[in-house]
Write a protein that binds this ligand. Structure first.
Ligand code: CUA
Length: 339
């Protein structure tokens, strides 16, 4: 008997430990480069505050309701009668929810209005278009004309308000950038505007948050907030045409790229001028391939060219399985040189 009690106690201790561990792991998953709970700017801070208010409120209400349910089930019948009183039912069941939800609604409307209604007259204007399954990114000048186009990566200066015009080229997508700006849908036929400011340098990850087809989960992007000086250097470099080949292998890669890839991809300053896929003028400078799904290096570039349909089925780029190893290495080396 003593043995079985002892076993039960250690079993419940083990369970408690597992729950505590799960709790810690779950909370650990809430921080990092894609997290509402780690804001990198005032706008994301407002959303994080909402998240904490909702989480705390929901937790308090959950425990109160659980305690009341336990009391209703297990208390002595003569003592638990007050739970069925009309006062409690109307007060806690009608008045409290109406008041609490109305206050929350007004508060969140205020925050949402502040997020889309920034009044800065000289924001950095960027147009982001969701496509199945990647992000086309146009940097615009003050009057809204395109300065340059890139993909799957947005660089911004710390401290300067950014104004994103969000649109879609096909189906519904949703631009979700929790560390900096929250989430806004990209709706066919509409342009939605999202404004935010980063107050610290660093890389954040964003993700499509509206189901948009087979590769919705593989539709990510990075936002790199840098000092204003670093940003100006980056912007100037990105406006330059593609790097001319410096080695024989790069020249070989470019000679293969133009006839095979130029109908869909652009490398500015070369005959490759397709607009169906991402602009690759500075592909070598980006941190990821295929909208955040692979690190960007010669190996993954070659693998993506040869097997894009295996890595991201149904995406619009066919697998080029007929290239030889030597041809793939040349193409990858050329693309990697496009810094
Ligand atoms: Cu785009 Cu989900």
């Amino acid at each position: 008997m003593a043995c079985s009690i002892h076993a039960r106690v250690s079993q419940s201790r083990a369970r408690l430990f597992v729950f505590a561990l799960l709790g810690v792991l779950t909370l650990a998953g809430c921080t990092g480069i894609q997290s509402t709970l780690e804001p990198h700017g005032p706008d994301a801070q407002r959303i994080a505050t909402i998240a904490w208010i909702l989480f705390t409120g929901a937790a308090v209400i959950f425990f109160a309701v659980t305690a009341l349910a336990g009391y209703a089930l297990f208390a002595v019948p003569t003592r638990r009668g007050w739970i069925a009183s009309t006062k409690l039912i109307i007060g806690a069941g009608v008045v409290f929810p109406v008041v609490a939800l109305s206050v929350l609604l007004i508060y969140t409307f205020g925050v949402a209005g502040a997020l889309v209604g920034g009044k800065d007259s000289t924001p950095l204007k960027i147009a982001v278009t969701g496509e199945m399954w990647w992000w086309r990114v146009h940097y615009l000048d003050a009057s809204g004309h395109p300065l340059l186009v890139t993909a799957n990566e947005i660089h911004i200066p710390v401290g300067r308000p950014v104004e994103l015009s969000l649109a879609t080229a096909d189906v519904l997508h949703s631009f979700w950038l929790p560390n900096l700006a929250g989430k806004l849908d990209m709706i066919p036929g509409r342009v939605n505007v999202l404004r935010f400011t980063a107050d610290q340098a660093g890389v954040s990850r964003g993700q499509c948050a509206e189901y948009c087809g087979a590769q919705h989960a593989k539709m990510a992007f990075y936002v790199d907030a840098k000092t204003p000086l670093e940003f100006d250097v980056w912007l100037a470099a990105q406006q330059a045409p593609g790097q001319t080949p410096r080695t024989e292998q790069h020249a070989r890669g470019r000679a293969l790229f133009e006839p095979h890839c130029g109908a869909c991809h652009t490398v500015r300053g070369t005959p490759a001028a397709g607009v169906l896929g991402p602009d690759l003028t500075h592909i070598g400078s980006r941190r990821s391939l295929a909208a955040g799904i692979l690190p960007n290096n010669a190996g993954t570039l070659a693998g993506w060219i040869a097997s894009s349909q295996h890595l991201k089925p149904e995406n619009r780029m066919p697998s080029f399985a007929d290239f030889t190893g030597e041809e793939l290495r040349a193409l990858a080396a050329y693309l990697e040189s496009l810094q």
